[in-house]
Design a protein around this ligand. Sequence first.
Ligand code: SAH
Length: 352
Amino acid sequence: MTPLAAKLVARIEAEGPMGVDAYMAACLTDPDHGYYTTRDPLGTAGDFITAPEISQMFGELFGLWLAQVWMDHGAPGAFVLAELGPGRGTLMADALRAARRVPGFTEAARLVLVETSPELQKAQAERLTPYDPRWVDSVESLPGGPLFLIANEFFDALPIRQFIRTERGWDERCVGLQGGGLGFTTRAADLPELAAREADTRPGEIVETCAPAAGFMRAIGQRIAQHRAGAALVIDYGAAISRGDTLQALKAHEPVDVLATPGEADLTAHVDFGALAAARGPAEAAPLTPQGVFLERLGITQRAQALAQQLTGAALDSHIAAHRRLTHPEEMGRLFKCLALHPTSTATPPGF
Ligand code: SAH
């Protein structure tokens, strides 16, 4: 049993079963044993790999996208460049290196990072020191001014609740005790917003909700709508509507039982992009677009060809594989989606 499993068993003995959201929050961010609190989980030596760690092209194209939207919105002389859950800082470092070619952009940017993990804050500080970053713990604490924000694989790490449709209503899926260890159980749920899902679900089906994700989107939407310049770009895996159990645990790049090793495996759930867009408040949302399509529209193939000219042998093979991995529909191209918010007074941003 992991140290966190022992702590959770004691908590359930005292307080009763906990929602999947409380379980996920403990696994990821428990101050002593949380997955993100205690390690840098990214990369080939870690548990999972993300798009910016696969290829520099990912961050470069998003940097140019941010700089293009900034120009389209009148190139404000001071703005907040923010990232939610920046991991090792790779995406932002690649983005800022590419965006240096756009005169004035990096000079006008005030870099602010939202990151819970002390380990990853250290990694971000190492990569991003030349840009003088600061850290805050919420969107509400970002400094004022037009906001340009990016979040890659951030929303999938936020705690979800799971509800099971029954013959008489809904039950909440919970984590309780089973044979001395952790096991799934249910309790009756009474959540008025679930009534809307009775039209498209059948008894036995699971739907997921993520209140923290909606909270982030509401705060971002309000900030974006305050100015005539600004944008938010969310990239993640998921669908336009939540359907079924998508909670998953990954350890050393392999799926593992979500209850088996709390605190020692990454836990994520698919993002419900319809719910994110619905929470955006007064900002406009661009049409949800698959990552592969979006990257092609931003010119990833031209960039890939330019980089390929300097490569040979194994480096060239891995570059070609990275391009395919980011864009191909059977790899990350279709499952991952891009959602952008922009002020209602501005045109739909490029790539959508
Ligand atoms: N964007 C990076 C990392 C993705 S992993 C990449 O693409 O490589 C998820 C990131 O979100 C990590 O940096 C993690 O520490 C951070 N994170 C998770 N939950 C968070 C929360 N509630 N508040 C702030 N950061 C969080």
